[in-house]
Design a protein around this ligand. Structure first.
Ligand SMILES: Cc1ncc(COP(=O)(O)O)c(C=O)c1O
Length: 404
C-alpha cells in the first residue's frame, strides 16, 4: 500500500529493514535488558568505538508496509506499528510546510523562536520555559546528555518506551526498571527505586506500549518524596488522547517542582511524525542547559512552519483526534467482546497481552498484511488506524487466534 520514499525499491527497503534488525545477543544489563552486538564487526575495525555504543543494537523502527509486502509477497499491507496518525496533515499545514520548503537552501531559525513563542502563548507559560527539539525523542537525548554521567542510575518503569534503555546505555548510565503491575506503573516501586544518586526518572503517560496512564497526583506524590536533585521527565507524547481528568503537570506541578520536565510532540495527535517537532516545558534553568546541546538547526523550517500552522488550526485538528479516540474505544470493545483481556489504553494504540503467543500472532497478522509491533513474550501493540484499517486488524486477529 505505502511505497518506499526517495525512489528506493521495495527490495532495498526490505534489506535495510533486515540490517536494522540484525544483531547478535550479547547478554543482559543489570536490569535484564537484552543487549546486542549489532555493529561489532563493521565498527570494530574502524576507530575505537565506545563500548557503550558498540553494545547497542541499531534502533528498530516499526516495520513498514513495503517491507512486509516484500517479505511475504503480498500487496495492500497496512502498518499499525509506530503509533502514527492515520490522517494526513490538513491542507493548511501541508501548504505552510510547502512554502517553507521553498527556502530550504537557507538554514531555518536554530531556536525556532516563533514556534517557542506560539507554544508558550498556547500553553500559558513564559517563553523561557519552552524548548523545541527534533521530536520529543531528540529532547530526551538532550536530557540524557545533560544529566547522566557513566554509572548514574536512570529509573523508568518497564515495559515502557524503548528509547529509554537505549539512551541510558548510550550514556553508560545504569537502567533501574521497576516492573509494571497489571500493565500499570507501580509508583511506590518507582519512588523506592530512586535515591540521591539517581539522575533521571522517565515516566511516559500514557505509557507506550501498554497505554495506561498516571495522574498528576501520582507524579506529585513521587516528586514530594524524592530529592529535588533528581530530574523527573513526564513524557506526554500521547497527551491529546489522554483523559484530561488525569491532570496537567505543567500547570499543576511545574510552578512548585523545578526538577520536573514535561515533553510533548507534534508527531502523534497533530500528524507531523515525519517532520520531527517535539517540545519541552521546564524551568528556565533546565531549558538553558538543554538548549546548549540542541543539535544545530535540529528542527527544520518545514517542521517549524507546519507546527505553527497546526497550532493555528486546532479547531480542524481536534475532531480528528476525537475520531481516533472513538475508534480506540470501538477497537478495545471489539477485542474485549472477543475475549481478550487488555489494559485500558489512553494512547492512540491498544496493547494486547498475548504472552507466549505474541510472536505467533504477530507473524500471522503480518502475513495477512497487518503490521503491528511485537514485544516478544509479552504482547502486541496496535496503532489505532482508520475505521477500515482497524476492521482489517480485527478480522486478521480473529483469524490468527483461531489458528493458535
Ligand atoms: C512515549 C513516547 N515518547 C516519545 C516518543 C517520540 O516521539 P517523537 O520523537 O516523534 O516526538 C514516542 C514515539 O513513539 C513515544 O512513544
Amino acid at each position: 500500500m505505502s511505497s518506499p520514499s526517495h525512489g528506493a525499491s521495495a527490495a532495498t527497503v526490505a534489506r535495510y529493514g533486515e540490517a536494522m534488525t540484525a544483531g547478535n545477543t550479547l547478554g543482559t544489563d543489570t536490569t535484564g535488558t537484552t543487549t546486542t552486538d549489532a555493529g561489532a564487526t563493521a565498527a570494530g575495525a574502524l576507530g575505537s568505538v565506545r563500548p557503550a555504543i558498540r553494545a547497542l543494537a541499531a534502533y528498530r523502527p516499526g516495520k513498514s508496509a513495503a517491507q512486509a509486502e516484500q517479505e511475504h509477497g503480498i500487496t495492500e499491507a497496512i502498518k499499525l506499528a509506530s503509533n502514527e496518525n492515520p490522517f494526513a496533515p490538513i491542507p493548511a499545514v501541508v501548504e505552510a510546510a510547502r512554502r517553507a520548503a521553498a527556502d530550504a537552501n537557507l538554514y531555518a531559525d536554530h531556536r525556532a523562536t516563533a514556534l517557542r513563542v506560539a507554544l508558550a502563548d498556547w500553553i500559558g507559560v513564559d517563553v523561557d520555559h519552552v524548548t523545541v527539539g527534533c521530536g520529543s525523542v531528540g529532547i530526551l537525548q538532550q536530557l540524557c546528555l545533560t544529566f547522566v554521567d557513566p554509572g548514574d542510575p536512570v529509573v523508568f518503569p518497564w515495559l515502557s518506551f524503548e528509547a529509554y534503555p537505549v539512551y541510558t546505555r548510550m550514556m553508560n548510565g545504569v537502567a533501574v526498571k521497576p516492573p509494571l503491575i497489571d500493565h500499570r506503573f507501580d509508583m511506590e516501586a518507582v519512588g523506592g527505586a530512586v535515591d540521591e544518586r539517581t539522575k533521571l526518572v522517565l515516566l511516559a503517560t500514557p505509557n507506550n506500549p501498554t497505554g495506561t496512564a498516571i495522574s498528576t497526583a501520582q507524579v506529585e506524590h513521587l516528586l514530594a518524596n524524592i530529592p529535588d536533585s533528581v530530574i523527573v521527565l513526564v513524557d506526554e507524547a500521547y497527551r491529546e488522547f489522554n483523559d484530561p481528568a488525569l491532570g496537567d503537570p505543567v500547570h499543576e506541578l511545574l510552578p512548585r517542582y523545578r526538577n520536573l520536565v514535561v515533553t510533548r510532540t507534534f508527531s502523534k495527535a497533530y500528524g507531523l511524525a515525519g517532520l520531527r517537532v517535539g517540545y519541552a516545558i521546564a524551568d528556565p534553568a533546565i531549558i538553558t542547559e538543554l538548549d546548549k546541546i540542541l543539535l544545530a538547526f535540529a528542527v527544520n523550517g518545514a517542521g517549524q512552519a507546519a507546527a505553527l500552522a497546526a497550532l493555528e488550526s486546532l479547531d480542524v485538528i481536534r475532531p480528528k483526534i476525537d475520531a481516533i479516540v472513538a475508534e480506540r474505544g470501538r477497537v478495545a470493545a471489539a477485542l474485549t467482546d472477543a475475549g481478550h483481556d487488555l489494559p485500558p489504553s489512553l494512547g492512540n494504540f491498544v496493547y494486547l497481552p498475548l504472552g507466549a503467543d505474541t510472536d505467533t500472532v504477530y507473524n500471522h497478522l503480518e502475513r495477512n498484511g497487518v503490521v503491528t509491533r511485537p514485544f516478544t513474550g509479552d504482547g502486541i501493540r496496535v496503532t489505532v488506524g482508520t475505521e477500515a484499517q482497524n476492521d482489517r486488524f480485527l478480522t486478521a486477529l480473529d483469524d490468527a487466534v483461531s489458528a493458535l
